[in-house]
Design a binder for this molecule. Structure first.
Ligand code: C2E
Ligand code: CA
Ligand code: CA
Ligand code: CA
Length: 277
């Protein structure tokens, strides 16, 4: 038994070493991913519940790794945050999204808005260069509200965070509170910051049924948001029933596979053309 235990110990050490090695390699690859053009954005429509119109979309990042194929943001965003690479990735994302917003404002609707996910790390002192973002908007002749940033509470929060957020809002950029109702996005946020949109987390939408406690929670979140003068976006809508229940509780916008998956810009163009008729 003792020998076995020792073997097992060796086995774990080896696999832990491999895991650490793999992590280092992934971080190195991540460092080069931006200049090697390995990132791209997909866009998922955000649908106006009352009219069915689509003048908003969320940008979702994808990493095409030359050997490993497509890597999910869930697997590389945390590494990008730890290494600070998220700052450069976030700046690239902002530029891409702004250019796309300008294109869809011209081709589809003058008020088109793209929301981008923003890590709490980007709101730290070494984070977003707000002046550079403002200059980029100017150079593209875009008003700030062509972009919204989606934020979650995350782990990092201090006073600099609030200041940075206000500077960003002064550009006219709007703010969505993402994953609302989960541990990471709580009500204290609504008190501290001037938020524009509240996004109901998909965990509340997944099992939505008439008479369910999830429906009661969605209703309560919508009533509260409206009293605070916020618009509500429900994410993760996959079925007609979920969409219908949220519509009937006064939800403002919906997002999810029921309407469309996150898709490349060309496909999104096609989607908009069909909608516009
Ligand atoms: P999130 O911001 O909550 O984004 C929503 C996620 O739900 C996306 O996963 C989206 O593809 C997925 N989704 C959309 N509709 C449905 C649906 O009807 N059902 C279900 N089950 N899922 C749906 P994705 O693209 O894999 O992104 C995962 C997370 O990674 C995002 O969660 C966000 O936290 C992070 N992320 C993605 N792109 C970026 C980015 O550009 N920057 C940063 N910082 N984080 C990002
Ligand atoms: Ca989001
Ligand atoms: Ca979310
Ligand atoms: Ca407001």
């Amino acid at each position: 038994a003792k020998a076995q235990g020792r073997n097992r110990f060796h086995y774990f050490t080896a696999s832990m070493q491999e895991a650490a090695q793999a992590r280092v390699e992934l971080i190195n690859d991540l460092r080069n991913a931006l200049c090697r053009n390995q990132f791209h954005l997909l866009y998922q429509p955000i649908v106006d519940c009352a009219s069915g119109a689509v003048i908003k979309a969320e940008a979702l990042i994808r990493w095409h790794h030359p050997e490993r194929g497509l890597i999910s943001p869930v697997d590389f965003i945390p590494l990008a945050e730890e290494t600070g690479l998220i700052i450069d990735i976030g700046n690239w994302l902002f530029r891409e999204a702004a250019k796309q917003a300008r294109a869809w404002r011209q081709s589809h609707h003058p008020d088109f808005q793209i929301s981008i996910n923003t890590s709490p790390v980007q709101l730290q002192p070494e984070g977003i260069d707000v002046q550079a973002w403002g200059e980029l908007l100017n150079s593209l002749d875009l008003p700030g509200n062509s972009i919204a940033i989606e934020i979650t509470e995350g782990l990092l929060m201090d006073n600099g965070f609030a200041t940075r957020l206000m500077e960003i809002q002064e550009l006219g950029i709007e703010v969505s509170l993402d994953d609302f109702g989960t541990g990471y996005s709580s009500m204290s946020y609504l008190k501290k910051f001037d938020i524009d949109y509240l996004k109901i987390d998909k965990s509340f939408v997944r099992n939505l049924k008439a008479g369910s406690s999830d429906l009661a929670l969605c209703e309560a979140m919508i009533v509260m948001a409206h009293k605070l003068d916020l618009k509500v976006i429900a994410e993760g809508i996959e079925t007609l029933e979920q969409q219908w229940l949220l519509n009937s509780t006064g939800c403002d916008y919906g997002q999810g596979y029921f309407f469309a998956r996150p898709i490349p810009p060309a496909e999104f163009d096609h989607y908009l053309t069909k909608l516009d008729g």
